[in-house]
Design a protein around this ligand. Structure first.
Ligand code: GLC
Length: 579
């Protein structure tokens, strides 16, 4: 069979998504530290983002989500917030935020900001006041302070471990120098957990939401949205064999049936700090706050919850609008596993009237251009570095990433793209030890590399200092020398480049309204092939080792060359005009 011709695609238009725009939106994650640095100090900033927004409009995304830029000591790259209603000088000012948002809106891009409600920074005034106040005070009641066990309170209140490694409790030294109470931190010791049973905490966050809604944001990505309520009595927890306290923030894995397919029953034991029913009341409350504003504002949950049927409770009609589909992210590039997770996602989310979301990369996971070619187990959050087992083949990783992205972006629902994936960026593996900054690296004494490798400043111009990230050449994490080939200006207008592939995909997705479409499976291609129709578009993705014959049709998108009507391994194609 032969492919008749390449069909043409209209250039990406400024988005005109109407009400409930989020049901089909492609949302681009900006990691402000590493996007664009106008001041030249080596850390990205808000004016830098403003200066580069045109490229995102040209790429064809509908919205941007910004990781935190709030006042913070930056112990966890800004996920340790010291003031939720101000901008850290590292990133600019509130006026810079307004200018950035105005420009985004002018370009038709919605703006979603990150909110971090599970914990604050230990530099937050609320925590400072709590530490300065006695046990049992209203100030201490904002956080999870407990007396220790043992004769003199020297044993932590329970056995919970921090997601970043080490114990989840730290003992205070009282102002008079004596050891005092312990406080809970599911993450770094600089990130004390708030007590969300306390109405005062709830009131503070309603005000924070309103502060940003009044400024005009289109929504919030809610950090650790599955962790805010802890089981009564804070019972000890011992993960199932092979499980963990939570990897990065994931619950213990289900029983593995085959690679990438776990036991998707709801009977898996849940850690007493994840996915407690009490969180839903908070999101119903937040839903009401957003509903009081015009213009379709949204809440998106970062909730590492399995199975999908359970995650779907985060997006019931009166709760959040979207939840990241990490089950999809964690699925290997394998036909049976992908078909299953796509089916389960659509069934679970549509069962509560929500769109499914799709995501392959973010600032917490190994970039999918590397992850999909790893040949050894790599628990989420562990990261990869020079001494990791099963390091990926770069060429194969990129090829698979392009195929995986072309598949993901053909699916109905909303999709997330992490900055740099449109350039085919791999994980930066060879970061020197002394450059690493992730608390995971420190809290595990270098046993886990952590997440720095996916956070390196992105390349814009092949021949400029810091590849155009700034004009001084400074970079808070060193950029690999070979990254000029990934630079945006080296790919723009170059046929076959990853940037052109994404641009074409997003234009075609919009033209055929795939985000509002459906999946109608096609059989007959073999186990390793994922094939379906979404409206007039036929999508065929070959995850196997042998080439596959394609049906007759015109090629709309192809992640690799498909001359002669043959779909090679690790390739995805979109066709129209098939029988
Ligand atoms: C979320 C963020 C991650 C952060 C953690 C603690 O998982 O995505 O980057 O370290 O929460 O706030």
């Amino acid at each position: 069979m032969t492919i008749a011709s390449e069909s043409s695609v209209a250039p990406a238009a400024v988005t005109t998504l109407g009400t409930e725009w989020w049901r089909s939106a492609v949302i681009y994650q900006i990691y402000p530290r590493s996007f664009a640095d106008l001041t030249g100090d080596g850390v990205g900033d808000l004016p830098g983002i403003t200066s580069r927004l045109d490229s995102l409009a040209a790429l064809g995304v509908d919205a941007i989500w910004l990781s935190p830029f709030y006042t913070s000591p930056q112990k966890d790259a800004g996920y340790d917030v010291a003031d939720y209603c101000d901008v850290d000088p590292l990133f600019g000012t509130l006026a810079d935020f307004d200018a950035m948002q105005n420009r985004a809106h002018e370009l038709g891009l919605r703006v979603i900001v990150d909110i971090v409600p599970n914990h604050t920074s230990d530099a937050h005034r609320w925590f400072q006041e709590a530490v300065a106040s006695p046990a049992g005070s209203v100030e201490r009641a904002r956080y999870m302070f407990r007396d220790g066990k043992g004769e003199s309170g020297e044993i932590a209140p329970n056995n919970w471990e921090s997601v970043f490694g080490g114990p989840a409790w730290t003992r205070l030294v009282e102002p008079d120098g004596t050891p005092g109470q312990w406080y809970l931190h599911l993450f770094d010791s600089s990130q004390p957990d708030l007590d969300w049973e306390n109405p005062w905490v709830r009131e503070q966050f309603r005000a924070i939401l309103r502060f940003w809604l009044d400024r005009g944001v289109d929504g919030f990505r809610v950090d650790v949205a599955h962790g805010m309520i802890k089981a009564p009595g804070l019972p000890d927890f011992t993960p199932a064999p092979g499980g963990s306290m939570g990897g990065s923030s994931a619950p213990a894995e289900g029983v593995s049936l085959e690679p990438g397919i776990s036991d998707h029953s709801e009977d898996q034991p849940t850690a007493p700090f994840w996915a407690q029913d009490g969180v839903h009341e908070i999101y119903r409350d937040w839903h009401e706050v957003l509903a009081g504003y015009e213009g379709d504002r949204v809440l998106c949950a970062e909730a590492w919850v399995e199975p999908l049927t359970k995650l779907a409770r985060w997006v019931r009609p009166d709760e959040m609008h979207q939840a990241f589909n990490f089950s999809y992210l964690e699925t290997p590039f394998s036909g049976p596993a992908l078909r299953r997770v796509i089916d389960e996602s659509i069934a679970a989310f549509s069962g509560v009237g929500a769109p499914s979301t799709w995501v392959l990369s973010n600032h917490d996971v190994v970039r999918h251009a590397s992850r999909l070619a790893l040949t050894a187990e790599n628990p989420q959050g562990a990261g990869i570095g020079p001494k990791s087992a099963g390091l990926p083949d770069t060429e194969l990783g990129l090829r698979r990433a392009r195929a995986a992205s072309a598949l993901m972006l053909s699916l109905p629902g909303s999709a997330y793209v992490y900055q740099g994936e449109e350039l085919g960026l791999p994980e930066a593996i060879d970061l020197p030890d002394e450059a690493r900054q992730d608390p995971t690296w420190f809290r595990t004494n270098g046993e886990r590399y952590g997440r720095d490798g996916c956070r390196v400043p992105i390349p814009w111009e092949a021949d400029s200092p810091a590849f155009g990230f700034n004009t001084t050449g400074a970079s808070w994490l060193p950029q690999p020398a070979g990254w000029s080939v990934y630079a945006r200006d080296a790919q723009a207008g170059v046929a076959g480049s990853t940037l052109e592939l994404y641009t074409r995909i997003l234009a075609a997705r919009q033209e055929y309204d795939l985000g509002m479409g459906s999946v109608e499976w096609l059989d007959g291609f073999g186990e390793a092939v994922v094939a379906f129709r979404n409206g007039p578009v036929t999508v065929v993705s070959n995850t196997g080792r042998v080439p596959v014959e394609l049906p007759l049709g015109s090629v709309l998108v192809a992640s690799e060359n498909v001359d002669g009507g043959i779909l090679p391994p690790d390739t995805t194609v979109w066709l129209i005009g098939t029988e």
